[in-house]
Design a protein around this ligand. Structure first.
Ligand code: MN
Length: 730
């Protein structure tokens, strides 16, 4: 059985060795506090519970973190397992420590095991998102490492569960954070419980050849350090057998048995300076013959997790290949402790932890999976701010847009659940259905068979498009009568606002013409659409406004008593066609040449005006074109005429967009791809670089109308580094 005294001493030694500036007095107080709080608890092996926090604190000390982190590690189970509160810790040990313990507690309460492989990515993201301070992650990793080291006392079921979780969450995180040493240990212990046979096989193989391996490694080590000492390069050189899990992975990946694997050995040469690294490399290549294609320079190009070293594989005297890693002491520390090592340097240079976290985030964000051999899954945390991760009561994880409410959650589970929702519980407490959810919340939807379905204000309370769409669908289907009433009311008030008489709809012919324009079979259908939110009243009225106005005008102009407002759709169409040239009707001019101005390239839907040119008919400008501003000039005003679009939108119109971009490679290709996927006919696409790292691209293409144009514009604006898109002029 392990004793308090042994662990206490060992922790203190490590703190003094790795953290010279630590505040030993407050650390001692925290040890006493935790010891007192946990005094009635024992570990599964019968030793006093306090041994666990002491061991975790020792691991944290070894990482080289600070006093707050040590305190956090010592107290990490106090909130969860004893009657200690956040405020108790804050009062006695400061708010930072209290926050750290609170953070670790949250992670402890969250359930990070999942049977679904697709969920791993989300789990790891949530783990990071929940830990507002990187030290929380590091303490939690240390906690898991000690639990793994004492895994033999757990039940077999728990062993499997914890080891899976370790492989899914903790080892990848340790890898991403560059903590190679911890990652290896976590992987090896996990393998021992998850694949006991394979583990035993590899271990006994390695044991059986231990003597010969050690002799081999000693001879190589002596040869290398002998040479380096002779030329005056101060070095620490040693050999090791690669870790068990990496051997296992190699066997799996290459389909080889143990004795077919050759590169089991790795040597390390640690020197004082970077130039020495390259000097050592020269000597290694002089001593042994190198295996071509295996040299990697991670010093000039560090791995995304900041790892730096020179790697080369060479062949020893007995024809046995081995890898040599060459690095400085600083690179070595980074390789072993990763983020923690950096954290330490940062801290010494006085940067706050908030900023460090930013740095971690950037590190994780910039990580591409360059190291596919090392790890299968990439951990890309790019949605920190706009995603929230919550659990179902059964532990399934659901990712929602940040700010989501139980309404969003319910609809994310199933539309049936959302429609039957009568309330919600968050973390086992009744909560308002519009409570914003937090990372790690356990959300339960209370449903009832007699539920009346969603209410209209849910559309305002939910955050996700998914929920909104499903709620709208429900209203569309279930509440037609109500929708018609709602829709009719808003339609009529919009008509009133624009001073359009509702009586216009009473005219059968005009009514048919308007419905056709709106693409509905009946007014009730259209009201229903407005009612459930498929169409806004403003849009609907906007679409028919001109027709109604024109009909009213015709009615006023046409004094013939037999047909007020009678606008036979057929004759209207004939009339329009007579006037329409190139899709444009020029008022008061029967047939004339039409051309579209090059300066503003109008398309159907744009407000337009016409200018009677000398000898070239009427040229059409957008009403907001700078050239059209001249129509206010009294000497010119007679030549400006009112024009409008005919209904037919069949023919394509050419238009131009100008895109303001931050210069980068591949922009032209991105535009071309975007246009092709949108099935747009491009007539011209070119760009030029401007001073100051800016470029401007011009794209000329065909569209049917302004809404299509806007859709394309939005699509182009969504391309990275595109900062603006203007309708072309000139
Ligand atoms: Mn613990």
């Amino acid at each position: 059985m392990e004793t308090f005294a042994e662990h206490y001493q060992s922790m203190m030694d490590t703190i003094q060795r790795c953290m010279p500036g630590a505040d030993l007095e407050i650390i001692d107080r925290a040890v006493e506090f935790a010891r007192e709080k946990h005094k009635n608890q024992v570990r599964r092996d019968g030793s006093p519970y306090i041994i666990h926090p002491l061991a975790v604190a020792e691991i944290v000390a070894e990482m080289g973190l600070d006093t707050d982190a040590i305190l956090g590690a010592l107290l990490h189970d106090c909130i969860e397992d004893t009657d200690t509160s956040h405020d108790d810790i804050a009062r006695l040990f400061g708010t930072t420590t209290a926050e750290l313990v609170e953070g670790v507690t949250k992670l402890t309460r969250a359930n990070f095991s999942s049977t679904e492989q697709e969920q791993m990515e989300n789990l790891r993201k949530m783990f990071m998102a929940m830990s507002k301070d990187i030290r929380v992650v590091l303490i939690k990793i240390a906690d898991r490492l000690h639990n793994m080291r004492t895994m033999q006392y757990q039940s077999p079921a728990k062993q499997i569960l914890k080891c899976r979780e370790t492989m899914d969450i903790y080892a990848p995180l340790a890898h991403r954070l560059g903590m190679q040493k911890i990652k290896w240990e976590l992987e090896d212990i996990s393998l021992k419980y998850l694949e006991p046979q394979a583990y035993e096989e590899i271990m006994s193989y390695l044991n059986s050849r231990r003597e010969q391996d050690e002799a081999f490694m000693r001879s190589i080590q002596e040869k290398i350090s002998g040479r380096l000492n002779a030329v005056g390069i101060k070095n620490t050189t040693y050999g090791r057998i690669k870790h068990v899990y990496s051997i296992y992975r190699k066997m799996q990946a290459q389909g080889k048995s143990l004795d077919e694997l050759y590169d089991l050995y790795a040597f390390r040469v640690i020197v004082d300076s970077m130039p020495d690294c390259y000097n050592v490399l020269g000597h290694i290549h002089d001593l042994f013959s190198l295996v071509p294609g295996r040299f990697k320079d991670y010093i000039s190009t560090p791995k995304p997790n900041m790892y730096q070293s020179l790697h080369t594989t060479v062949i020893g005297s007995q024809g046995i290949p081995f890898e040599v890693q060459i690095r400085t002491w600083e690179m070595h520390e980074t390789a072993e402790y990763g983020i923690a090592a950096h954290w330490k340097y940062k801290q010494h240079s006085g940067a706050g932890s908030e900023k460090d976290f930013e740095w971690v985030r950037r590190l994780l964000e910039s990580q591409q999976d360059t190291d596919a051999e090392d790890y299968v899954h990439s951990l890309k945390i790019d949605m920190f701010d706009d995603e929230v991760f919550v659990f179902t009561p059964k532990g399934r994880i659901v990712s929602l847009p940040a700010g989501s409410t139980p309404i969003d959650f319910a609809y994310a589970i199933h539309s049936g659940v959302g429609n039957a929702m009568v309330g919600a519980k968050v973390n086992n407490r009744i909560a308002n259905i519009d409570t914003p959810l937090q990372n790690g919340d356990i959300v339960e939807v209370l449903t009832s068979k007699s539920a009346k379905g969603p209410s209209r204000d849910w559309l305002l309370l939910c955050k996700s498009n998914q929920a909104r769409t499903k709620i709208k669908q429900w209203f569309k289907k279930e509440k037609r009568e109500e929708n018609i009433l709602h829709g009719k009311a808003s339609f009529e008030s919009e008509m009133k606002r624009l001073q359009l008489p509702l009586s216009a709809l009473n005219d059968a012919d005009l009514s048919a013409q308007l419905l056709k324009k709106l693409s509905f079979d009946s007014w009730d259908d259209m009201y229903a659409a407005i009612g459930y939110g498929g169409l806004t009243a403003t849009k609907a009225v906007g679409r028919i406004r001109d027709d109604v106005t024109k009909a009213l005008k015709a009615q006023a102009a046409d004094k013939s008593p037999q047909s007020p407002l009678k606008l036979n759709p057929d004759s209207a169409a004939v009339k329009q066609n007579r006037h329409a040239v190139n899709g444009v009707i020029v008022e008061d001019i029967d047939s004339c040449m039409i051309k579209f101005s090059k300066c503003c390239t109008p398309v159907p839907g744009d407000a337009i005006v016409g200018f009677i040119t000398k000898g070239f008919g009427v040229s059409i400008h957008r009403a907001d074109c700078p050239n059209a501003a001249q129509r206010d000039d009294p000497r010119q005003s007679a030549r400006w005429v009112r024009v409008r679009w005919a209904n037919a939108e069949e023919q394509p119109f050419e238009t131009t967009l100008e895109l303001d971009c931050i210069t980068r490679d591949g922009l032209l290709l991105d535009f071309a791809t975007a246009m092709t996927t949108a099935r747009v006919r491009v007539k011209e696409l070119n760009g030029k670089d401007l001073p100051g790292g800016r470029s401007v691209f011009t794209v000329r293409f065909e569209v049917k109308n302004v809404s299509e144009l806007n859709a394309i514009r939005n699509r182009l604006l969504s391309i990275p580094d595109v900062v603006g898109a203007r309708r072309g002029s000139n």
